[in-house]
Design a protein around this ligand. Structure first.
Ligand code: ADP
Ligand code: MG
Length: 241
């Protein structure tokens, strides 16, 4: 049983069709790298999985939730799915721990002490134990992104979605964020990540989904990056080197 299933997903914004029938399946513990040129529909596909966008037709099932069902319980879906974006969106007036404690407090109704313990646990996981009581502006971009990942982990998601989480970072900070993601993958986390880090995708992805103009143009194990069968993927990989 896949933990994420997209079947013939279509999505338009106004008269512009952005997803033209996208289908893929993710088993528990798998890492999927979603790649493709800017504008190919990667973010839209990811946002549809978390119901940040409502699809026009097709089916999406995530952790047993029918995402395309208008009666979907959004709160329960969002508990199972963590999503991290390129921008960290940490609240500047709250400490790192306080940022992380917000959702466990409000959604899971945890006590302050319980939520604090959770925050300390997830911060240790991303290598930021000593930053709990600092404010976002006191952290580097890479540390803020790791804090944003920790904030997602605090809700114990079953699936993590990453949308170009290292695109705003320089190479050194990118490396430290990728190492955190790699350790999550090694721990068995199911994840779908939009990324331009081809070497990282080669190393950790079980599946590579290459999107082109709103369609899946090539799809397979990470080896397709070294043996592309379409000129579009070949050109894309060459440009990302
Ligand atoms: P990618 O993440 O691969 O760069 P996106 O999914 O962000 O691609 O965008 C795919 C296409 O959909 C682009 O042409 C983009 O301009 C358009 N698009 C994305 N979101 C919206 C929106 N909210 N309203 C209108 N057009 C959008
Ligand atoms: Mg995008």
């Amino acid at each position: 049983m896949p933990i994420v299933a997209l079947k013939d997903v279509r999505k338009s914004f106004g008269s512009v069709q952005v997803l033209h029938g996208v289908s893929f399946f993710v088993e528990k513990g798998e890492v999927v790298a979603l790649i493709g040129a800017s504008g190919s529909g990667k973010s839209t596909a990811l946002r549809c999985i978390d119901r940040l966008e409502v699809i026009d037709s097709g089916e999406i099932e995530v952790c047993g939730h029918r995402v395309d069902d208008p009666k979907l319980d959004l709160r329960r879906l969002r508990q199972d799915v963590g999503i991290v974006f390129q921008s960290y969106n940490l609240f500047p007036h709250l400490t790192i721990a306080e940022n992380i404690m917000l959702a466990p407090r409000s959604v899971k109704k945890m006590s302050k002490a319980e939520a604090r313990a959770v925050a300390e646990g997830v911060l240790a996981k991303v290598g930021l134990a000593e930053k709990a009581d600092q404010y976002p502006e006191q952290l580097s971009g890479g540390q803020q992104q790791r804090a944003a990942i920790a904030r997602s982990l605090a809700m114990e998601p079953k699936v993590m979605l990453f949308d170009e989480v290292t695109s705003a970072l320089d190479p050194k900070l990118t490396g430290e964020v990728l190492r955190v993601i790699e350790s999550l993958a090694a721990g068995g986390m199911t994840m779908i990540m939009v990324t331009h880090e081809m070497n990282f995708a080669r190393r950790i992805a079980d599946q590579v989904v290459f999107m082109h103009q709103g369609r899946i143009h090539e799809h397979g194990p990470a080896g397709i990056l070294d043996r592309p069968t379409t000129p579009e993927l070949r050109d894309f990989v060459a440009e990302e080197l």
